[in-house]
Ligand binder design. Structure first.
Ligand code: SF4
Ligand code: SF4
Length: 104
């Protein structure tokens, strides 16, 4: 089952507090956009433009990020989306921002 890129999963996604990507300047800029989207559409299940949001990399749809600190720990295994979609059984099992979307 493909991960939906929607607000529900965005709320669960832990990428925004992940040390792997938080030095990425592009990500910091996009974080503000994500906050705006969340505040504007908190109660809706709208589809979100993937390119605007630095999160839900397991759903893919954007270029793999560069300038990541892979020595830091991926937070995906603590995420409800990861558990709900059984992403641990797919490839890659995490670090989706670096290695691309989950394929099952
Ligand atoms: S995919 Fe994993 S490593 Fe990448 S930002 Fe999200 S939690 Fe961190
Ligand atoms: S599994 Fe990882 S990339 Fe996917 S929503 Fe959760 S924290 Fe984000």
């Amino acid at each position: 089952m493909e991960v939906e890129f929607d607000l529900e999963n965005l709320n669960e996604c832990l990428c925004d507090c992940c040390p792997v990507q938080n030095k990425n300047r592009c990500v910091l800029d996009k974080m503000k956009i994500m906050q705006e989207i969340s505040q504007e559409d908190l109660d809706s299940r709208i589809m979100i433009e993937k390119e605007r949001v630095p999160a839900i990399y397991c759903a893919g749809g954007k270029a793999t990020l560069k300038d990541l600190d892979s020595l830091q720990e991926c937070q995906c295994d603590k995420c409800m989306v990861w558990k709900e979609y059984n992403l641990f059984s797919g490839e890659p099992p995490g670090y989706f921002c670096r290695d691309g979307k989950s394929r099952q």
